[in-house]
Design a protein around this ligand. Structure first.
Ligand SMILES: Cc1ncc(COP(=O)(O)O)c(C=O)c1O
Length: 425
């Protein structure tokens, strides 16, 4: 099905897409899985906030503080509406990495406190008898915090392996068993593009009484997602991949779970009462938002959410499906090019990794860059996934609402030119 988006009109909203690079080459930006570009509406919203209402939220008694607090809470409400949640269940973080650390630290902090006799929810206490389950396609952000948690508590880290065609090996769901306290899974892989059946994995987690976490960094910007439908207890993602500013991420939590979680960062703004020898903490979401938060970024993110709502997330998903089908077909027509990940557009997003016989992925990226085509090269913070497919690195194209088939054509032409340059055709 053809794309429902008027990409030429959308592109006009993104000033950066009008620039040239490497001399006079028009910029072809195919690196949105790393970070998206920002529309004027987002830039204007942040600037207007600083020009008119800048103040520390939830504190001052003056009008600016009131306006800043209203802006911050309005952003929370807009984001909640966007993902089908309640504002009080949305926590602002720095990015998804911080959201995942916040989740992992809930377990290690609860475990440490329990060992000193503090009352904590036993679901967050880990011992050597327990396990943590992730997958082999996780971004390092959803791997290393759990490795650290296991190192601190003695729990065992397990991972669900992958099939040769880039899918989760669901036969290994049995790794989630009575020892499992937490299961954390990526919704859409940033390296393979695979969209995982997270509901099924979360249901299995709940069957054994584990807490389920979903890394939705690559799904919420690209398709309609209702956090309730994922069946998770905690869902985290970043603002900068969905047209919003850098420096802001989100953690949605089921109310009862957030309520049971100890804080991650402590200090001002997250307390209820403070004494010299102990303190009590505010209810969520404030419990998890220590210090002066990222107000301007939240305002920018609300503008991004409104922009995406105007475009329509169904249309975004359909557009990306079209461009993904087109790119997959084009890459597979090139001799010597191998896609790492699913080769058809079923249950698959627009991040496409590939290797070219006889050319290192970094060289492919560099030759594309010479032509103005910006792609990502390397292990994409998913080093174990590269190892699983016996590649040192890949080159990755990733599209968004401002890309069309002509951008894919530019990348394909660049790959052909690289093959000619290296004499590997
Ligand atoms: C799937 C996935 N998870 C987590 C992250 C980490 O996001 P951030 O760097 O914004 O914290 C990324 C970033 O690329 C990602 O793609």
């Amino acid at each position: 099905m053809a794309s429902p988006l008027d990409v030429q009109r959308i592109r006009k909203d993104f000033p950066i897409l009008g620039r040239t690079v490497r001399g006079d080459r028009p910029l072809v930006y195919l690196d949105s899985a790393a970070t998206s570009q920002k529309p004027t509406a987002v830039l204007d919203a942040e600037r207007a906030y600083y020009e008119n209402s800048n103040a520390a939220v939830h504190r001052g008694a003056h009008q600016l503080a009131e306006e800043a607090t209203d802006a911050y809470e309005s952003a929370r409400a807009a984001i909640a509406r966007f993902v089908g949640g309640r504002p009080e269940d949305i926590v602002f973080t720095k990015n998804a990495t911080e959201g995942l650390n916040l989740a992992a630290y809930a377990f290690s902090n609860a475990t440490a406190k329990a060992s000193h006799g503090h009352a904590v929810d036993p679901r967050f206490v880990l011992t050597e008898k327990d396990s943590v389950v992730i997958t082999e396609m996780e971004h390092h952000a959803n791997l290393i915090p759990w490795q650290e948690l296991c190192a601190k508590t003695g729990a065992q880290l397990r991972w669900i392996g992958l099939t040769d065609d880039g899918r989760l090996d669901l036969d290994q769901l049995s790794l989630i068993d009575d020892t499992t306290k937490v299961v954390s899974v990526v919704h859409q892989s940033n390296i393979l593009g695979t969209v995982n059946p997270v509901r099924r994995v979360m249901d299995r987690a709940h069957e054994v009484g584990a807490i389920g976490v979903v890394d939705a960094c690559q799904s919420i910007p690209h398709m309609p997602v209702d956090v309730e439908d994922l069946g998770a207890d905690l869902v985290t993602w970043s603002g900068h991949k969905m047209l919003g500013p850098t420096g802001i991420g989100l953690l949605w939590g089921r109310a009862e779970i957030l309520d049971a979680m100890p804080p991650f960062l402590t200090g001002g703004s997250m307390i209820e009462t403070v004494h010299m020898d102990h303190s009590t903490f505010a209810p969520p979401p404030q419990r998890f938002e220590a210090g002066v938060p990222m107000v301007a970024q939240s305002v920018g993110l609300e503008a991004a959410v409104r922009y995406l709502e105007d475009v329509g997330m169904e249309s975004v998903a359909q557009h990306e499906h079209d461009i993904t089908e087109y790119a997959l077909a084009g890459l597979q027509e090139l001799p010597g090019v191998r896609i790492i990940g699913p080769t058809d557009a079923v249950d698959r997003g627009s991040a496409i990794s590939f290797v070219v016989d006889g050319i290192h992925p970094h060289d492919v990226g560099q030759l594309l860059d010479d032509r103005g085509v910006a792609v990502r090269v390397g292990h994409h913070c998913a080093w174990p996934t590269c190892r699983r497919y016996n590649v040192p690195a890949t080159t990755r194209l990733s599209s968004y609402i401002y890309n069309d088939r002509s951008d894919i054509d530019a990348a394909l032409a660049g790959i052909r030119a690289a093959q000619e340059f290296f004499g590997v055709l």
